[in-house]
Design a protein. Structure first.
Length: 202
């Protein structure tokens, strides 16, 4: 396995998402019209090449940026992702959490509106609507990742990737559960991490 090195920081993709991530407090879908773009579903077998210059396993904040940068440098690039593009952070962790916290902050503003010289009526949280907004923010950002993959011609393979000897990656496709083998000159592991559980604390 060879890890792609000496790639400069992809300020374009990173700045793009940090910009709209900061603006998500208002409405990211309104800030950038992701919904207007027709994004194909993740592709599967026998429609793509089996060899790439770079294969990235994982499409979180590390994986998708590496894939885009590699494509910008002229390398044929594929991303293998078993779940949603954007990884845990974008779909279930950081971004949805920020959206929930923003709703809580707005509610607090209403409760203390008089402190700011504003007369506001009675307000109460609608938890179903709060959750719906949080999911909408995450979905809009995930569509943004799909848009960038399409823009930079990064092949997306929906499945579970396993690195094998000889610069090979075995993929169990989500849709069919069949396995396919791809090869690459460089393989980047961007699968994220999980906290270790301590047995005596369970």
């Amino acid at each position: 396995m060879v890890v792609l090195k000496k790639l400069p920081w992809n300020s374009g993709a990173a700045f793009f998402f940090r910009t709209y991530l900061d603006d998500e407090e208002d409405n990211p879908a309104a800030s950038f019209p992701f919904s207007q773009f027709s994004v194909p579903s993740p592709i599967h077998s026998n429609r793509i090449t089996m060899h790439f210059d770079v294969i990235v396993i994982g499409s979180g904040p590390g994986g998708y940026v590496a894939a885009i940068r590699a494509a910008q440098l002229g390398l044929t690039t594929a991303v293998i992702e078993r779940a949603e593009l954007g990884g845990i952070c974008l779909n279930w962790g950081c971004i949805p959490t920020k959206a929930l916290l923003k709703s809580a902050a707005v509610y607090q503003y209403f409760l203390h509106a008089a402190d700011y010289g504003i007369v506001a009526g009675e307000s109460k949280p609608d938890f179903e609507a709060i959750i719906k907004r949080s999911r909408g923010v995450a979905e809009a950002m995930s569509k943004g990742i799909q848009f960038l993959m399409k823009k930079y011609n990064v092949t997306v393979i929906a499945g579970f990737g396993k690195v094998k000897a000889g610069k090979k990656v075995e993929v169990t496709l989500n849709e069919t559960q069949q396995t396919e083998e791809y090869t690459a000159d460089h393989i980047i592991l961007a699968t994220g991490a999980r906290s270790r559980e301590l047995p005596f604390l369970k």
